[in-house]
Design a protein around this ligand. Structure first.
Ligand SMILES: CC(C)(COP(=O)(O)OP(=O)(O)OC[C@H]1O[C@@H](n2cnc3c(N)ncnc32)[C@H](O)[C@@H]1OP(=O)(O)O)[C@@H](O)C(=O)NCCC(=O)NCCS
Length: 245
């Protein structure tokens, strides 16, 4: 399709393009991670050069993705706890003047009308190129497996190991990374923690929770535990660590 890679910050992006791009694919509760709220402003300001878009011949954004830099010793035990901890470690490392050696691909988004055409692979390749250009040795990603929402009761380590008959990972988003050479190196059982009141969870899920218990929620990778007597309900989202290089 002849897509061009740009930094998101290279020029103003029309609001309606951004709205269309992000119109679909994320549950409402994804923004309820308080730790992410604490760090996201710094992340966007400090690491704007690690935020890329792919644009078509009419200058329309068809995909966007961003990453953060940090130091990692290459050992699974030294990995961040997941997505949220990657942002915290990147900001903290930057403030301490640490030299990064690892790129963490934090998020990727393909325009809802353009999915299933391999554009995500182009985006991931462009993001991996950011590490190469800076001489960083490693590229990792805490991946949110898109099919996991259909299996919210399955432990993440079990899900991450599921393969198709041809040996490829069963999850389509893990598979896209895998085709580019990435491999599962660990799971992140507590990648993100979302908190909200029962009323907020009811609004985000479009469900009612009349009693205490565990509930399957739309697009939830794990179940939501409701305790009707507690002030705050906590949902912990698992991810899968993939390593590209
Ligand atoms: C995840 C995402 C980036 C993948 O982008 P993409 O360009 O569709 O990726 P690919 O073209 O490589 O497709 C990946 C696989 O998903 C499948 N797929 C893509 N869209 C699909 C859809 N709407 N329904 C079913 N399967 C779909 C493809 O067939 C492909 O499977 P294959 O290996 O059998 O070919 C995109 O779906 C998206 O933006 N989702 C919303 C945001 C998100 O979940 N991001 C990931 C977490 S950071």
């Amino acid at each position: 399709m002849g897509l061009v890679v740009e930094r998101m910050s290279d020029r103003p992006r029309p609001d309606e393009q951004m709205e269309r791009l992000f119109a679909d694919g994320w549950p409402a509760f994804i923004t309820a991670d308080q730790e992410v709220k604490r760090h996201i402003g710094s992340v966007r300001a400090l690491f704007a050069d690690l935020e890329l878009v792919l644009i078509d011949s009419e200058n329309v954004i068809v995909a966007a993705g961003w990453a953060v830099p940090l130091r990692w010793n290459g050992e699974p035990a030294g990995l961040p706890g997941g997505y949220t901890d990657s942002l915290a470690r990147a900001v903290d490392g930057y403030r301490r003047g640490e030299r990064p050696d690892t790129l963490v691909i934090a998020a990727a988004q393909v325009h809802p009308d353009q999915r299933g055409r391999g554009i995500a692979a182009e985006l991931l390749t462009a993001l991996c190129g950011l590490a190469e250009a800076r001489g960083w040795a490693r590229v990792i990603a805490p991946v949110r497996p898109t099919l996991k929402a259909r299996y919210p009761l399955t432990p993440i380590e079990e899900f991450a190991a599921w393969t198709r008959a041809d040996g490829a990972p069963m999850d389509p988003w893990i598979r896209t990374h895998w085709r580019l050479g990435a491999r599962v190196i660990a799971v992140a059982p507590s990648s993100q923690t979302m908190t909200g009141t029962v009323a907020e969870w009811e609004a985000w899920s479009d469900m009612v929770f009349p009693a205490s218990g565990d509930y399957v929620i739309p697009n939830g990778l794990a179940t939501l535990h409701i305790d009707v007597d507690a002030d705050e309900r906590i949902y912990v989202e698992p991810n899968v660590w993939l390593r590209h290089i």
